[in-house]
Design a protein around this ligand. Structure first.
Ligand code: IPE
Ligand code: IPE
Ligand code: MG
Length: 236
């Protein structure tokens, strides 16, 4: 049973294993991504039902551009399809939809659909559902450093006075608390350039389940593991 007293405020998920799931089932990769999208919908619903405040999912990394053109455009197409079919329901469920990453570099129709989704849901007060898309943590950190350097050049900030919170304010996640729990599926145990700064004190739960098979029950199990952890933040 999930202990509602010990729920994370922010869960971040590396949704990995779509390709292996497709292979295992004798299908092509995009079929795996489509199945992954279904799993994601169920986890958004479960997070919202449990009253979790922030859910961030890693859907497309800055390194994923190295994949075949067909796979990359297939993933963009799935994102568009998701927004077309699900945005109204997200809105009805009081969910705020956000993206972290360089989304402006995506094809114009994707940028338009995303901007529309942010605008529509921005005043909702329920779950914040954040999709990391064209996201890379190192690029994000460099972007924050460039912003601060520019401000120092302009004289609006003093280099020696820059604090950790000044830095946080210039990341994509400026208005999002650090993740309490990071889950990665498919048996891989690495961050792959996801939330390097923000996960400094996160708890990690790894599961062998491939993302398309990741059910609300398996999610609950990860949340239970989180609930049994003792967090110390270096203080004890
Ligand atoms: C994760 O599934 C989704 C994306 C990276 C877009 P993968 O496509 O990485 O699946 P595997 O790792 O090949 O099984
Ligand atoms: C991380 O998965 C990115 C996403 C889940 C979107 P990858 O499958 O791209 O990561 P690596 O290559 O196994 O490290
Ligand atoms: Mg993978």
């Amino acid at each position: 049973m999930v202990n509602e007293e010990r729920l994370p405020r922010h869960v971040a998920v590396v949704m990995d294993g779509n390709g292996r799931w497709a292979k295992k089932n004798g299908k092509n990769k995009l079929f795996g991504h489509e199945a992954g999208l279904k799993a994601m919908k169920a986890i958004v619903k479960r997070s919202s039902d449990l009253g979790i405040q922030y859910l961030t999912v890693y859907a497309f990394s800055t390194e994923n551009w190295k994949r075949s053109k067909a796979e990359v455009s297939g993933i963009f197409h799935l994102l568009l399809k998701y927004l077309n079919l699900e945005l109204d329901e997200l809105h009805e469920n009081n969910i705020v939809f956000k993206v972290i990453g360089d989304y402006k570099a995506l094809p114009k129709n994707v940028v338009r659909a995303l901007d529309h989704s942010f605008e529509k849901t921005k005043n909702n007060t329920g779950l914040q559902f954040i999709v990391a898309f064209n996201y890379g943590s190192r690029a994000e950190i460099v972007m924050a450093a460039q912003r601060l350097a520019r401000e120092a050049e302009n004289g609006t900030i003093e280099a020696d006075a820059i604090t950790e919170s000044d830095f946080c304010e210039r990341l994509y996640t400026s208005d999002i608390p650090d993740p309490d729990l990071v889950i990665r599926t498919s048996g891989e145990e690495r961050l792959s350039n996801f939330l390097l700064w923000q996960a400094a004190y996160s708890e990690f739960v790894f599961t062998d389940v491939l993302w398309p098979d990741f059910s609300p029950e398996e999610y609950d199990r990860c949340l239970e593991i989180y609930g049994s952890r003792e967090r110390r933040f270096g203080g004890r």
